[in-house]
Ligand binder design. Structure first.
Ligand SMILES: *Cc1c(COP(=O)(O)O)cnc(C)c1O
Length: 455
């Protein structure tokens, strides 16, 4: 192997970022505020404090402070799994025969298996610092619930997870990881909440959805003394915590003297992409540098490429505030795609605004081609990637092949958000040749747009 930079680059403990970077501070047009669905007015801190931890509400509403110090306790926890490596994908480059240089930032090196732990530990810390007893949340495929239970175990907080019933039944291993870390895991819709009982009565035998589990988790938090609700993506505070990914990547590339041409990430609610691109987008917004930034989403849940930029509900039960975002409509239920983490109807309001202004490109990719990329990556670079992460791999490979056709040695950087050990039924369906590529029709999308609130 002819190496011009090391296969892996790590920052030293002393080089680790001491503050998160708040991309909103450099945006000329700020993301639209969350609205109270009752009054149509922006949510105040006081209203949000009933649902979320106070310090996290401050971060959610802060569009101006560029750097927010990472509390020492959080930095200490980060040391267990950070820095994450920036890897030069020499083996993949070789297999593709591309002159491009491919780098990936690997966030799967912790038990929860994804980047979600970066925000889970921050949120658990602030809940503990506020003197709370515990937090509630929902989890679909289970990555967020797993990350949050690890963080809550560390800070000695109760963790109540509403897990979408079909995942609860089909993914017993994730459920058991959460229970091992002490979380209380309830299949949703449950009979423990009013909204759960209502959904069960109206749809007997339903196996649940993310939107409905969110409604249950919010109700469980606001009706319980000493509890608040936490969320693993979409919110601006989560993008803030995830900026640790981008800050480390930026520092490592600087050490290597490498300037990226293209930065690629998968986009579900937008937290890993928002975190990875943060410092690069900051430079772009301040006119200091330019990069192509590409969001990759599943063709089965195409919020950016086929969604509307409008105010919409964040959950099916309509208990959450309204957010202005690229959305497929709060009633949109994506087909049973295997990338559970990318099946959300909306997108971060920060990324939505940047996309609307043309700072981000978006691509939608089909499931089978994503797993072809995953297979090639696993066989060359050794890591078994999560289906979500493999969306970014697909486009990184496509970009590398474009570079080959054009004879260009561009630097391609992508986020490898996690590992796929809990997604082996998805790999099984791919290996058996039984995977399908469902793409919603324009009529289906229009039916859901019609049900969106009019503001
Ligand atoms: C949750 C998840 C995602 C998608 O979430 P974002 O908020 O869009 O980053 C991507 N990859 C993995 C491994 C995940 O667990």
């Amino acid at each position: 192997m002819n190496q011009d930079v090391p296969y892996k680059t790590y920052l030293t403990e002393a080089e680790l970022p001491g503050a998160w970077y708040n991309l909103r501070a450099d945006m000329k047009t700020k993301p639209a505020p969350l609205l109270n669905p009752g009054t149509g007015k922006p949510m105040t801190a006081e209203e949000l404090n009933h649902v979320f931890c106070e310090e996290l509400v401050k971060q959610e509403l802060d569009n101006d402070t560029p750097f927010i110090p990472i509390p020492q306790e959080v930095r200490d926890f980060y040391k267990m799994f950070r820095p994450s490596p920036l890897v030069r994908a020499y083996f993949l480059e070789q297999a593709l025969g591309t002159p491009a240089h491919i780098y990936y930032k690997f966030e799967g090196n912790n038990t929860s298996g994804s980047h979600k732990l970066n925000s889970a530990v921050a949120q658990a810390y602030y809940a503990k610092a506020q003197g709370l007893k515990g937090v509630t949340t929902e989890t679909g495929a289970g990555q967020w619930g797993t990350a949050l239970s690890m963080a809550c175990a560390f800070f000695k907080l109760d963790c109540k997870v509403f897990m979408v019933k079909c995942s609860y039944e089909q993914k017993p291993f994730r459920r058991e990881v959460m229970r091992t870390y002490g979380a209380d895991v309830t299949p949703s819709p449950s009979m423990e909440t009013q909204v759960g009982r209502k959904i069960n009565a109206e749809h007997p035998g339903t196996t649940g959805s993310l939107g409905c589990a969110i409604s249950e988790a919010v109700e469980a938090a606001v009706t319980r003394e000493g509890y608040r609700y936490v969320l693993g993506s979409v919110l601006s505070q989560v993008l803030l915590h995830q900026s640790i990914i981008g800050l480390e990547t930026h520092a490592a590339l600087k050490k290597l003297g490498v300037k990226p041409d293209v930065i690629i990430g998968c986009a579900g609610g937008g937290s890993n992409l928002g975190g990875l691109i943060a410092p690069f987008m900051g430079e772009k917004l301040r006119g200091e540098a330019d990069y192509r930034i590409v969001a990759v989403e599943p063709a089965s849940c195409p919020s950016f490429t086929r969604g509307r930029y409008a105010y919409d509900f964040c959950d099916t039960g309509r208990v959450c505030p309204l957010a202005k975002m690229y959305t497929l409509g709060h009633d949109f239920i994506p087909s049973a795609s295997h990338a559970g983490g990318l099946r959300y109807h909306g997108m971060s309001s920060v990324l939505s605004e940047l996309y609307d202004e043309g700072f981000i490109e978006a691509k939608a990719v089909e499931q089978t081609s994503v797993f072809q990329a995953a297979e090639q990556f696993a066989r060359t670079e050794g890591i078994l990637p999560a289906p979500e992460s493999s969306h970014a791999i697909r486009v990184a490979i496509d970009e590398a092949l474009r570079c080959k056709a054009e004879g260009k040695a561009e630097n391609i950087v992508f986020g490898l958000t996690g590992t796929g050990y809990f997604d082996l039924t998805a790999y099984q369906s791919f290996n058996d040749g039984k995977m399908s590529d469902y793409i919603p029709t324009d009529e289906e999308l229009a039916a859901n747009f019609a049900k969106m609130p009019t503001l």
